[in-house]
Design a protein around this ligand. Structure first.
Ligand code: ADP
Length: 396
């Protein structure tokens, strides 16, 4: 039976698209339009193993890219059963994926206050796809939904409570679709019913987060009100003294927006290495003896190990530790360095298995004791599965 779902991820400067078989997870088509609004806007896609690239007009808008994407999707054989949209912020309203209605769109627009770069772009993708595919059910899958099970003591900041009541200031978490996907795969791999499983999952890409999962439910995560809190990331600082932004603003005579941009775009691995935000580049430099690259990677692993240690307190005893995302799936260096810091907590690494589990290969890389799983993430499949489920339940 045809289970093909169009998956759209309309971001602030890029649009990712795919046609995914919700049953098998196989992507028949994958593509990316990037650098929207800039002079080198471009679009590339892969269908039946064949790569295609198009240049878009200089400064091409999202709408221009989406029109091109619709043309590419409509040229594929077979009718998709629905469209799944990745939406970054669902606030407290959305605890799971939903069929998109007028009310849902209004709520996504409302949550743009908390995700000003992402939610408006997500909404634009939804409205454009609704026009292109009017007969299909459209589903919103929220990055924050998986973390709606966090208890109050984990999601509140120790700020005046009125900020939460009146303005929704709290920790929401992000990357939920990825954490949920790898948790479900871990449950299958370890043969433990999902509702009984305790895990720590680390999604390490350009953005990074760790989640504590107890009995199949997220109980804590390192990203907060925005995707800046927690771990050291490619260009984001993660945890810092909360007094620093105002002190830096005065000392450097910069506006708060400029400081915000520094913390988001010029910090993390890039800020410390003074070279690159790219883990692979830094590993190569570190091996050649570059002290700044070595320090940046050391800080990345140190912060990660501290978070894993603290999540053992809240989720433990755990059934497994999971690595995913571009770094988590590929960097044996980051895994070795982090796990060496956690050796006294029951994690032992099999170095050969660690080297094998890269470049798309999954596996349990522990020598003994707590399983350490490398699981390639697949957010598109998770979105396709949610869309398929909601499409059938609405009888569409
Ligand atoms: P995004 O968060 O944008 O989806 P990814 O999940 O693709 O990003 O992760 C990108 C990160 O993964 C980069 O820092 C990149 O260097 C790192 N990475 C990819 N492959 C490797 C590798 N073989 N070794 C080390 N790091 C890698």
């Amino acid at each position: 039976m045809n289970q093909n779902v169009i998956v759209l991820n309309c971001g602030s400067s890029s649009v990712k698209f795919a046609i995914v078989d919700a049953q098998s997870g196989h992507a028949n088509l994958t593509g990316l339009a990037e650098n929207m609004g800039s002079h080198d806007a471009r679009l590339s896609y892969k269908v039946a193993g064949e790569k295609h690239a198009l240049s878009l007009p200089s400064g091409a808008s999202h709408q221009v890219a989406l029109a091109e994407i619709q043309r590419i999707i409509k040229a594929q054989p077979g009718e998709p059963i629905g469209v799944g949209h990745r939406v970054v912020h669902g606030g407290e309203k959305f605890k799971e994926a939903v069929v998109i209605t007028q009310e849902v769109k209004q709520a996504i627009a409302h949550h743009a206050i908390m995700a000003p770069l992402h939610n408006p772009a997500n909404l634009m993708g939804i409205e454009s796809a609704e026009q292109a595919f009017p007969g299909l059910t459209h589903v919103a899958v929220f990055d924050t939904a998986f973390f709606q099970t966090m208890p109050e003591h984990a999601y509140l900041y120790a700020l005046p409570k009125s900020l939460y009541r009146d303005h929704g200031i709290r920790r929401y978490g992000f990357h939920g679709t990825s954490h949920q996907y790898v948790s479900e795969v871990a449950s299958d791999t370890l043969n433990i019913p999902y509702e009984n499983i305790n895990l720590i999952t680390a999604h390490l890409g350009n953005g990074c987060s760790v989640a504590a999962i107890k009995q199949g439910q997220a109980i804590d995560t390192s990203l907060g009100f925005t995707p800046l809190e927690g771990l050291v990331m490619g260009t984001r600082c993660g945890d810092i003294d909360p007094s620093l932004p105002s002190i830096l603003s005065k000392q450097l005579n910069k506006s708060m927006d400029e400081i915000d941009s520094m913390l988001n775009k010029a910090s993390g691995l890039l800020g410390i290495s003074e070279d690159s935000n790219d883990c692979r580049t830094l590993e190569e430099a570190a091996l050649e003896g570059d002290a700044n690259a070595q320090l940046a990677l050391q800080m990345f692993c140190y912060r990660l190990a501290k978070y894993i240690g603290s999540y053992l307190v809240v989720a433990g005893p755990i059934d497994g530790l999971v690595f995913t995302g571009g770094i988590g799936e590929n960097s044996s260096y980051i895994r070795t360095t982090t796990l060496a810091m956690l050796a006294h907590l029951g994690f032992t690494l099999d170095e050969n298995k660690n080297l094998d589990a890269r470049f798309g290969n999954s596996g349990n890389i522990s020598a003994e004791g707590t399983p350490i799983l490398v699981i390639p993430t697949n957010e598109e499949w998770m979105i396709a599965k949610d869309t398929q489920r909601l499409t059938s339940s609405t009888g569409a």
